[in-house]
Design a protein around this ligand. Structure first.
Ligand SMILES: Nc1ncnc2c1ncn2[C@@H]1O[C@H](COP(=O)(O)OP(=O)(O)OP(=O)(O)O)[C@@H](O)[C@H]1O
Ligand SMILES: [Mg+2]
Length: 296
């Protein structure tokens, strides 16, 4: 499961093995081999864009929750989304894997591109999309199944070939949980501690070998020790995956992310930049006020 991502013909790449990627030097997406672009970014140290929002607005009935969001999320980096409650962070996250499709009142406008392909195109299968864009929620939500079956779940529903035992082991190792559970794989996932359950959910999300992992406040229900484990894990995951994380914890955003997007009331993306810049010297006074706790 460690080899190239996203080779499946699942509608996101309607032409089969070829994948589109965004060339930072051109406005339009170009077709290129994924492994080529990955090695190019590895040699230059520059991250290319994996997910791009262009003028994305989201409405719940007539209420606008997100207002014209345009941003480029780099590959194999951690991008944090911060901002006060209700500013649309979860809504934006759910645009990326089309979870808003499941909310009747929600309507998405604009383009949301994954490697240059609009995930809202008619030929994109949302289930296949969600395999490539995994999600971890605030509250750990293992299924009432064994640890093994929790991790194998995503593989089973997609009827994936391969050695499930090896994939389960590898996913649990990547989620930094293997050593703690390797002798109890048949026991219920619900019997683990909260922090272990969250790592189990991360293992479940990475088992189908996604490209992007969305995390909506993944550590906010955990104690400081479990939180720090999750933070270390996120750092490791970014070597292999593109991580987009919502957090209310500014220190956490500053510690773990490469890029930070600041959303403010009204569903506006006020500033998006390198995390150091956002926390040390933001352009926007409103961002500075928010970060220093003057409002929010
Ligand atoms: N299912 C829904 N139906 C109607 N309105 C919704 C729904 N989900 C979110 N909203 C509204 O959209 C806006 C943005 O909500 P969202 O949950 O994306 O904010 P958030 O930034 O994630 O907040 P929090 O930090 O509290 O999680 C809010 O005004 C919220 O009330
Ligand atoms: Mg939220």
């Amino acid at each position: 499961m460690t080899d190239g991502h996203g080779q499946a013909d699942d509608g996101i790449e309607p032409d089969g093995g070829e994948a589109t990627t965004e060339d930072p030097s051109t406005e339009m997406s170009i077709t290129t081999d994924v492994s080529e672009s990955v090695s190019a970014s590895a040699t230059t140290g520059e991250a290319d864009t994996l997910v791009e929002a262009r003028d994305v607005s989201v409405y719940y009935n007539d209420e606008r929750a997100l207002n014209d969001i345009t941003m480029e999320i780099p590959r194999n980096r951690v991008t944090a989304m911060i901002g006060p409650s209700g500013c649309g962070k979860s809504t934006f996250l759910r645009c990326i894997n089309r979870m808003n499709d499941m909310i009747d009142a929600a309507r998405v406008e604009g383009d949301l591109l994954l490697r240059g392909k609009n995930v809202y195109d008619d030929d994109v299968d949302p289930v296949a999309l969600r395999r490539r864009v995994g999600m971890v929620f605030q509250k750990p939500n293992p299924f009432p199944k064994s640890i093994y079956d929790n991790v194998a779940y995503g593989l089973e529903i997609q009827g994936a070939d391969g050695d499930y035992d090896a994939i389960v082991e590898e996913s649990l190792k990547r989620a930094a949980l293997w050593d703690e559970v390797k002798d109890q794989l048949d026991e219920s996932g619900l019997d683990l501690s909260g922090g272990q359950q969250q790592r189990l959910c991360i293992a479940r999300a990475i088992a189908p070998d996604p490209e992007v992992i969305l995390m909506d406040e993944p550590a906010s229900a955990l104690d400081p020790v479990a939180t720090s484990k999750i933070e270390d894990l996120i750092d490791d995951l970014a070597e292999e995956y593109t991580v987009v994380i919502v957090t209310h914890n500014m220190q956490q955003a500053a510690r773990i992310s490469d890029k930070t997007a600041v959303f403010l009331t009204g569903g506006e993306l006020v500033e998006f930049d390198d995390t150091d810049k956002i926390f040390e010297n933001p352009d926007s006074q409103r961002v500075e006020d928010y970060i220093t706790g003057k409002f929010g």
